[in-house]
Design a protein around this ligand. Structure first.
Ligand code: FPP
Length: 248
């Protein structure tokens, strides 16, 4: 039986988040420069997006550029931004054809103007697509996002719009850049690293974590299917006991 047919389509994770890691190592193994790895990472982005949409996943979030990535050599940062702009431009047609809506989270205004403009255009053009939402995390970090949310809530409290007594987990969720997006149920990290690296820290409270040694440019549809099958074989208890879950 092929991997895809082992997936229970009624129990799909509604939102999958991916930390795409290992592009640099993949390139190094081949004796090439790091950007070659990123260029080949785009193939994996395409495959995973297509596979997730075909299955019926509602949201796919990809960690494409973290606030910490600015610390990389300028040459690599520039190449990544150029790749991003070029990829969005090239893939819009495919997104339209497949009815995929593009969204982005992160400190977008601080992106280079060209990347920001291309991104906004892509978001605008695809805004009515309803098959799946592809969320790109760009210039994103969870601590940045949580800090911004705290500032926003504190300002509202100071001006009397919000009563601190009434602040709930929902107030915080709504102040994050992921407002309106359901929390990821499955988070995948490639390349064998077993860290979260400042990604969606608030939102993954109950997510299942899946780590694979596969380097991102090698990640294909079957690798996504394996992750989903692993997710479906786990018992998600949300703090309850196994017996309680059986009784419903
Ligand atoms: C991590 O690998 C990867 C990134 C920081 C960038 C991911 C970008 C892409 C896959 C290309 C563009 C994406 C889109 C959505 C158009 P790494 O460089 O940290 O690898 P290493 O850990 O082996 O050095």
């Amino acid at each position: 039986m092929d991997l895809k047919s082992k997936i229970d389509l009624k129990k799909l994770p509604k939102h999958i988040a991916v930390i795409m890691d290992g592009n640099g190592r993949w390139a190094k193994q081949k004796g090439k420069i790091r950007i070659f790895g990123h260029q080949n990472g785009v193939k994996a982005v395409r495959e995973v997006t297509e596979a997730a949409a075909e299955l019926g996943v509602n949201y796919l979030t990809l960690y494409a550029f973290s606030t910490e990535n600015w610390g990389r050599p300028a040459e690599e940062v520039n190449a990544l931004m150029t790749l991003l702009v070029g990829t969005i431009r090239k893939e819009i047609k495919t997104l339209m054809k497949n009815k995929i809506r593009l969204q982005a989270i992160g400190n977008l205004k601080e992106l280079p103007p060209k990347a920001y403009k291309e991104l906004l255009e892509g978001i605008e053009k695809t805004k009515d697509n309803d098959r799946m939402t592809l969320v790109l995390a760009l210039n994103y970090s969870a601590r940045w996002e949580i800090t911004e949310a705290v500032k926003q809530i504190a300002t509202a409290a100071k001006s009397g719009v919000v009563d601190p007594e009434n602040i709930t987990a929902n107030t915080i969720s709504q102040a994050l850049t992921t407002n309106g997006i359901p929390d990821p149920e499955l988070m995948i990290r490639t390349s064998g690293e077993t860290r979260i690296s400042n990604f969606l820290l608030w939102q993954i409270a109950y997510a299942e974590l899946y780590f694979t040694p596969v380097l991102w440019p090698d990640f294909r549809k079957d690798n996504l299917y394996e992750a989903i099958i692993s997710f479906q074989n786990r018992e998600r208890r949300f703090g309850k006991t196994s017996d309680q879950l059986v009784k419903g």
